[in-house]
Design a protein around this ligand. Structure first.
Ligand code: SF4
Length: 479
């Protein structure tokens, strides 16, 4: 998939043995890099927030500056912007007054309203949805110095998707997941240093050497290192039907992660199996679009009996070779990343190729890939895509382009039949045959009931979020 952008990965840590958590935060951010490659930052008490543009693994270049950053609790963030400009000022964590720092994964839809509610106290400080939510939280804390009450009040006002991690000046870490659980958030534990970790994905826990404890539930707030010096859990919002983002399983999350009880890798393999069961396309070889479609291609090959081979390789040794194209803020940059994918002639030449991809956003990248396969001598090219047609924007943390830029919306022209949309998309990207997954196949492969998943970008139904949006232009969406 090329062309979508998603907001962020978060991490928080607290050691009950007074061990320094900074290294764990940095290693965790590296493992969450696939969720945001625009900027990164950490916050520990007694120091200004440390944040830089670029990739988190560059922290090695700042080792000298980071030597003063020590503490038994802290939070961290990797960013890709859905609201607010991409600059260092908007990088996270964000310091809110002297009271706390905050980092956020998701999108607050009504950020303007939230900002308006604090504009007299904090004029000009609410340039992103995270800052608006942070200053509103500060307002409630100043009304009553009770974190649980303040979050409860804040949650009643927020519309959108959010996982927050907060570090207050007492060194307590709060990890909060929105009542629908759009974005993932989980808990881990390192016995040796008696450290609790809250992270967007379990792959960060693995990278740190932490055990996975459990997912943080939708509507749950966890406090690490409070008066009880351990973990406390509070339910700040009543239970509601979940709306876990189905796109996390298809594309965003790391395949090594488990989200809400589901292995992302296994789900992706099942996507491929479901597609092959629905329709076995003609071909001699199955190839994935690297990297996220690889498990689905394997599943497709296993189910269809058609061998899988590597036919497209990312050139990891060049600048931008290893990054995900969705992270590129400009279309030109995204195309550059796709052009760094090199076809392997020996796999492709003279063969009928079935390409497996995870999703199609604008379609530009798919066209580039199909062209390159044909140039390398593929006889025929067919494509199967594990995520159904994306026809609507996301207001819950994924920065899809505006509706008019989405290929499926452009070609569907009011059409709702998925077979007919598939034919039109296939024609648009120049393949012999094209197949989309559908919502039923998607939830079946994820292994969660349809009622517990979000499909709003496919169906246009935002009722779980409680909005009926007026679809905006690209400029309006960016805010
Ligand atoms: S609209 Fe799509 S991308 Fe956004 S949360 Fe729902 S499923 Fe995920």
């Amino acid at each position: 998939m090329m062309g979508a952008r998603e907001a962020c990965g978060v991490i928080g840590a607290y050691s009950g043995k007074d061990a320094d958590v900074v290294h764990s935060l940095l290693k965790g951010l590296e493992a969450l890099q696939h969720r945001g490659q625009e900027s990164w930052g950490i916050a520990v008490n007694g120091k200004p927030v440390f944040k830089k543009m670029g990739l988190a693994f560059n922290w090695y270049n700042y080792a000298a500056e980071l030597t003063g950053y020590r503490g038994n609790s802290g939070i961290g963030h990797v960013r890709y912007s859905t609201k607010g400009r991409s600059n260092l000022d908007n990088a996270q964590p964000v310091q809110i007054g002297k009271e706390f720092s905050i980092a956020h994964n998701g999108t607050i839809v009504n950020a303007e309203d939230v900002a308006r509610a604090v504009e007299i106290e904090h004029r000009g400080k609410c340039g992103t949805d995270t800052k608006a939510a942070g200053y509103r939280l500060l307002h409630f804390l100043r009304e009553e110095n009770d974190w649980f009450w303040a979050f409860e009040r804040l949650a009643k006002e927020l519309i959108g998707a959010y996982c927050f991690v907060v570090l207050n000046r007492r060194g307590e870490v709060y990890a909060v997941r929105d009542p629908r659980g759009y974005r993932p958030l989980c808990l881990g534990w390192v016995e040796r240093s008696r450290t609790y970790i809250a992270a967007s994905e379990s792959c960060a826990l693995t990278a740190i050497g932490a055990e996975f404890v459990r997912d943080i539930e939708p509507g749950e707030m966890v406090r690490l290192g409070g008066p009880k010096k351990g973990l406390e859990s509070f339910r700040y919002a009543p239970r509601a039907a979940s709306a876990h983002c189905s796109f996390e399983y298809t594309y965003f999350a790391h395949p090594a992660s488990r989200i809400d009880g589901v292995s992302v890798y296994e789900a992706r393999k099942r996507f491929g199996k479901v597609l092959a069961k629905k329709r076995r396309m003609k071909g001699n070889v199955v190839i994935p679009v690297p990297d996220s479609a690889r498990p689905a291609a394997l599943g497709y090959a296993l189910e269809s009996g058609i061998p899988m081979e590597e036919g497209l390789m990312k050139d990891r040794y060049r600048r931008k070779g290893s990054i995900r194209s969705f992270i590129e803020p400009r279309q030109g940059g995204r195309e550059e990343v796709v052009k760094r994918i090199i076809p392997i002639r020996e796999t492709i030449k003279g063969r009928d190729v079935i390409v497996i991809d995870d999703s199609i956003v604008r379609g530009t990248s798919s066209r580039i890939i199909v062209d390159s396969l044909k140039k390398e001598g593929a006889k025929e090219v067919r494509m199967a895509v594990t995520f159904p047609p994306i026809q609507y924007p996301c207001y819950m943390g994924v920065d899809f382009p505006s509706r008019e830029e989405l290929l499926a919306h452009q070609v569907a022209d009011g059409e709702s039949d998925i077979g007919r949309i598939s034919k039109k998309v296939g024609r648009a990207i120049g393949v012999e045959e094209f197949q989309y997954n559908d919502v039923e196949g998607l939830s079946q492969a994820i292994g969660l009931p349809e009622d517990n998943l979000c499909f709003a970008c496919i169906t246009g139904d935002y009722s779980k979020l409680g909005i009926s949006p007026r679809f905006k232009s690209r400029k309006e969406m960016k805010g």
